[in-house]
Design a protein. Structure first.
Length: 285
């Protein structure tokens, strides 16, 4: 059993404490957990729905959109073609939106701390413009998910927006804002929560959840996600792990707040393939 990475735990807790844009459960949003998800195999389209209502009972959207990093983040969510294998077309407007988002997150204390840490490790350049280019490359540079295919994907799309593969599988979609907005437009169906071994059920103020859902006619048997955190917080921790990692798949065990997590980051060349948190003690471990 691997022990926790104390250096990263300390860094991520500092980021957590500095994340002034994070929303407060019960105040800025409320979730409705309902029933425990039924067991399902990947690729199954039939799943018992243990949650008749939305996961997000309400979100203070005005507050959300008044925060620059969330507002610029939301504008990126409709820029992608969900199906892998379909070439992405990036317009000049979309490039401008990507840049606005990176500019906004670079102004936050969370990203400044990430930059500072990466400088100490010689994994980033001191110049902000260089760091910005590095982030752009890691998250927004397009690549082909499969060898020899058209550039149909990027790290940001996969992790935050979600994709589908050949109409059989949901890939990615580990972001709560995207989940909430998809629910609001009745595009996503939350089908229940997954429990941790030592906890009978999650609490409505838990800020990391394992859930099951249906999207675009497909089922994600288990998907884990931070809830309420800012986009810069997620981007910062995934970027740090990505740049520290020497192997294709990095799995770092960290404690953030009360949560014992394994942060998983897959590399796709110079870019992020996927990244997500796993709550330790859930069946997805």
């Amino acid at each position: 059993r691997k022990t926790f990475n104390h250096e990263l735990s300390e860094l991520f807790n500092k980021m957590w404490d500095m994340d002034v844009n994070r929303l407060t459960p019960g105040k800025d949003y409320t979730i409705d957990l309902q029933g425990k998800a039924s067991a399902v195999h990947p690729g199954d389209s039939a799943v018992q729905d243990r949650a008749a209502r939305h996961l997000f009972h309400n979100v203070n959207e005005e507050h959300l959109k008044s925060i620059k990093t969330f507002a610029t983040f939301i504008s990126l969510l409709d820029n992608y073609e969900a199906s892998t294998g379909v070439e992405e077309v990036v317009t000049p407007e979309e490039i401008a939106e990507n840049n606005c988002f990176i500019d906004a997150i670079l102004e936050t204390e969370v990203m400044k701390l990430a930059h500072e840490y990466l400088l100490k490790k010689n994994l980033a350049k001191p110049n902000l413009a260089d760091f910005k280019n590095q982030l752009y490359d890691i998250w927004f540079q397009l690549y082909a998910r499969k060898e020899g295919d058209r550039p149909d994907s990027c790290g940001f799309e996969h992790v935050f927006v979600g994709e589908t593969r050949r109409g059989k599988q949901i890939l990615g979609l580990h972001n709560w804002v995207q989940f909430y907005l998809q629910e609001k437009h009745n595009q996503i169906d939350y089908t229940g929560y997954i429990t941790r071994k030592n906890k009978t059920r999650p609490d409505k103020d838990d800020q990391v959840l394992s859930i099951q859902f249906r999207w675009k006619g497909l089922v994600k048997p288990i998907g884990s996600t931070f809830i309420g955190v800012s986009p810069e917080f997620e981007l910062a921790i995934y970027t740090v792990i990505f740049l520290l990692a020497e192997e294709k798949i990095a799995r770092e065990r960290v404690k953030i707040e009360e949560y014992e997590l394994q942060i998983v980051v897959f590399r796709h060349g110079h870019h992020i393939g996927t990244a997500y948190p796993v709550l330790l003690g859930t069946s997805s471990e």
